[in-house]
Unconditional design. Structure first.
Length: 429
């Protein structure tokens, strides 16, 4: 009995030692296994099992490394502060560790020196991969990020509702691309001195609008300020995405200080309670801590959510779009056939109330893009983008003409008729 007790004590001691070794800052940690997460869908519009070999030519997940900070006693207790909310009960409680995963514009990790204090004070996991800079091909870059994310999810209980993918410049564009493709894994994105477009799939746009918070940071001296402040930010806001644009004084094209990140993360965290409420109603909207669904599991869960949405008139359109997304994303699965049968049934019906919702949504996105591109094209442009003004003006004119031709939004039509002469004057001075 004493011998068995001694073994147990030794095992417990070893566990504590391992946890202590993992806690704190480590400049370089190896990824243990290839990601289980659907990195392919972030590169393409389908989740195929055999992507083109050249996408990952020469890449080995187990040779990938990343910089990491793990809060002390991370596995022993939940971190603070909790997201601010008046909600009570389970919805207000964090479900794991918050995480900021930062994508550099170069091949070395970035962001730790600016985020160190806020992560240490608030118990936030931080990570940034090596070799994921602008010179890396997009498929490899995305795979690296999701290799690191899944490695952290294997080792720690990471809260998807407070997982924020961040990045600087080109890294910010990648952060937006991954987050908008796989919103179930994230609570939001922090894009620094750059931005990104929503995906074309309607159901993914709905998911971003319903779930994510998008923070964009730029500086008064950033050559991408116009893109962020006048184009990307307003367009996301006008399409219904919870968006914050922060313009930092005396910041050029660079990473801001910790104070800015602390304010942004607090704003991101404020949306966590609503994300939990959404997941309580639609579990497929979030991939919980330590989970890594297979293709079949993920497809079935999205199909089930889509069918549930069909039962309520106000979510009928979003449900149909989710079924369409399931069919297109996993065309080789039986679930795709099930989704197709349901869609054909609805298409055969005489009354199609969802068509009006579809048109309304297309109109909203059209007007939002027209206004945002107009503001971007007619404002100050840095030398890097000055030669693109003509193309921007032509695109804005075309969008406003579509708005006027549609003729259904009186205010937007008036705005378009007022803006067209000014845009044309700038195009042909």
């Amino acid at each position: 009995m004493k011998f068995k007790l001694l073994i147990c004590c030794l095992l417990l001691t070893n566990v504590r030692t391992t946890q202590a070794e993992e806690a704190g800052y480590q400049p370089s940690v190896a990824v243990r296994d290839a990601t289980r997460l659907d990195w392919v869908f972030a590169v393409s519009n389908q989740s195929v099992t055999d992507p083109p070999a050249e996408w990952l030519e020469g890449y080995d997940s187990t040779k990938q490394r990343y910089e990491v900070f793990i809060p002390v006693a991370a596995k022993d207790k939940p971190t603070k502060p909790k997201p601010k909310s008046k909600a009570k009960g389970k919805d207000a409680e964090p479900e794991g560790l918050p995480l900021v995963l930062f994508i550099s514009a170069g091949d070395q990790p970035a962001g730790w020196s600016q985020l160190q204090t806020v992560c240490q004070q608030n118990g936030i996991v931080f990570a940034s991969p090596y070799g994921a800079g602008n010179n890396t091909s997009m498929p490899k870059r995305i795979r690296i990020v999701l290799d690191v994310l899944d490695d952290l999810r294997r080792k720690h209980r990471i809260d998807a509702d407070r997982t924020y993918l961040a990045g600087f410049s080109g890294g910010g564009r990648v952060a937006c691309g991954i987050t908008f493709a796989l919103p179930e894994l994230f609570g939001g994105v922090i894009s620094v001195c750059a931005g990104g477009d929503l995906r074309e799939e309607p159901w993914l746009r709905h998911r971003v609008i319903d779930r994510l918070s998008v923070a964009m940071i730029t500086g008064t001296g950033d050559f991408n300020r116009g893109e962020v402040e006048r184009f990307r930010g307003p367009m996301l806001t006008d399409t219904g995405v919870r968006t914050k644009v922060a313009v930092v004084e005396r910041l050029g094209h660079g990473i801001p200080d910790g104070k800015t990140f602390a304010e942004v993360i607090e704003w991101l965290d404020a949306g966590a309670v609503d994300r939990r409420k959404l997941a309580a109603k639609h579990p497929a909207s979030r991939i919980g801590p330590e989970a890594a669904p297979t293709r079949e599991e993920w497809a079935k869960s999205l199909l089930a959510e889509g069918q549930l949405r069909l039962k309520e008139p106000k979510t009928l359109y979003s449900g149909l779009m989710q079924l369409q997304g399931t069919m297109q994303r996993w065309p080789d699965l039986n679930v795709a056939d099930d989704a197709k049968r349901i869609l054909l049934d609805y298409e055969a019906r005489q009354e199609k109330p969802w068509e009006e919702d579809d048109i309304d949504e297309q109109r909203r996105f059209l007007i939002a893009r027209a206004r945002a591109l107009d503001a971007y094209a007619t404002g100050e442009l840095p030398p890097q983008y000055a030669n693109q003004r003509k193309e921007m003006l032509e695109a804005a004119i075309n969008l406003w003409m579509q708005v006027i031709q549609d003729g259904q939004d009186d205010k937007a039509v008036d705005d378009g008729q007022r803006r067209l002469p000014k845009l044309k004057a700038m195009l042909d001075p």
